[in-house]
Design a protein around this ligand. Structure first.
Ligand code: ZN
Length: 198
């Protein structure tokens, strides 16, 4: 089989996704795993993650879904997030979820691919963030303290976990934020107000 690609791209990209005509793209941040809707992804070279602020090269952002229909892209994002979180209740609220899932399947997306794409530096980022937030003077990071708190308390509700963690030096609001962050990242799961470590 001949290599039909003209030697224009020394970096070896198979094809240029920026040339596809999606007006709206659901993209993911490889730093914090946020997913957001990017309007007109072909129009600018860079895009900032709305959660962590990282500047991405638009062409390198992972695209989970593209459409010229903004509503379809929004619904796809919601479905992807629901799927990522294993949240069947959120799924049920989406009317055409089977359609969206098919579209997502057609696009070659799966959870593993997503997690691999988004999770590579998640731990390092989280540890660095914990240090930056002032956890550097303790031997254990806030993430570790919070994770231990989830395991340690009898009733792993948000209040109990936060109380446990704050007794060990994590300020309550930081603990709450971290709880949300770790859940969003799939390191913890929440069901009926109880958390557990995955
Ligand atoms: Zn981000």
């Amino acid at each position: 089989m001949a290599d039909a690609t003209p030697g224009s791209d020394a970096r070896g990209f198979k094809s240029d996704p920026a040339e596809r005509l999606g007006m709206y793209a659901v993209v993911g941040c490889n730093e914090c795993a946020a997913m957001w809707l990017l309007t007109d992804p072909g129009a600018s070279d860079s895009a900032n993650c709305p959660r962590c602020g990282k500047t991405h090269r638009t062409a390198k952002l992972k695209r989970f879904f593209e459409s010229d229909d903004r509503d379809a892209a929004r619904e796809a994002r919601a479905a992807l997030l629901a799927k990522k979180h294993g949240d069947s209740a959120a799924f049920a609220e989406i009317e055409h979820v089977s359609e969206l899932e098919r579209a997502v399947d057609d696009a070659g997306i799966d959870d593993r691919e997503y997690l691999e794409a988004s999770g590579i530096d998640a731990d390092a980022v989280s540890e660095a963030a914990a240090r930056a937030e002032g956890g550097g003077s303790t031997s254990r990071s806030r993430t570790e303290i919070l994770r231990d708190a989830v395991r340690a308390v009898d009733e792993p509700t948000e209040d109990a976990i936060v109380a446990h963690a704050s007794e060990r030096g994590v300020p309550a609001d930081a603990a709450r934020e971290l709880l949300t962050k770790l859940t969003r990242r799939g390191e913890l799961s929440e069901s009926g107000g109880r958390y557990r470590v995955l």
